[in-house]
Design a protein. Sequence first.
Length: 393
Amino acid sequence: MLRLLHTADVHLGARHADLGDAATAQRERQFAAFKAAVDLAIERKVDLFLVAGDLFDSNTQPRRSVERVAAELARLAQSKIRSVIVPGTHDCYERASIYRAYDLKALAGSTPDDDLVTVITPDQPTLHLPTLDATVHATVFATKRAPYSPLRDVHVDSATEPRATWHVGVVHGALAIPDRTDRDEVVVTKEEIAASGLDYLALGHWHSTQRGKAGSTTYAYSGAPEPVAVDQDGAGKVLVVTLDDAAGGKSVTVEEAAVGRTTFERLDVDAARLNGQPDLVAKLQAKANPDLVLEARLTGVRPDELDVDPGEVEEQLKGSFLRLRVRDQSMPALSEGAIPSADTITGAFIRDVEGRIAELEADPSDATTLEASELRDVLRLGRLLLAGHEVSL
């Protein structure tokens, strides 16, 4: 039996320019998730720790950051867990690669004579680990864009490669999807995966966990262990993979394990039940959590008197969440009760606007839906103004 932990897309050192003052904290969260993955590997007593690319967000990192990573790899080595790292597209093995600038193996205390820490390079596309009865296949290129598929030359044949029971592939790239991945730097197809003969293919590049099978090969994306962007609600996990060669034949079991701290939630708030902006602030404040990315949406029919500024709400609750986004998707009501005479300004206005809204909503499209929504706002504001209310725009 072989047990491995599969992670990828850690993106240590990411700048997070969109997070402003929270960028430093998010970088620490990403490192904490990597450390949690190492903790889990030691706790589960896995045999192999795989990083399928983009361990670092770029090839420009300070030495202290590389040393922090090396210290974690050293912890794995001390537990006799072998680590295999494949450069990705952010930390690709170009001339200025971080893996050329620093000897990660030596920094982790591993020696040239052992196989406890290995960074795959173009000169070493396969790594045989006799202690684990396994071979790792990972074609790496010296450029960000691959000149050909990294699985082109991977065709495991037990008749010609009898020295290992288990054959594990590691690729940082996109699974081919017509018209969607054509411009990606590295692309592999399901047909290539099926033809590889691998027992398991560890994929990186996509930040959400997903898995599948092609031929006899089980493949999976581990996703990022901590979201790199605050809209990646499929991230936050690593995969613990068990390859078993029991009497009934080979089997591969993939288990998801959470290591990230960030959580995501979408909350719909019925505008008709709100008593004003302070009421909305109170409802959201009740969910305050520095690890939560909350998307709150105002829905339903909005009373004319309800005055909510989403930007103000977000500013008031700044610091209560990792990120808060408030969107007003509520719909202003049409006029209720008897409409004033068409001879009056109010009556003429309401009839004219509601007539146009009815025409637009009868033949909905993206453009007409948007215009109808805008006209409902016009109707609401017009009613308020004609009734003598002050309206802030």
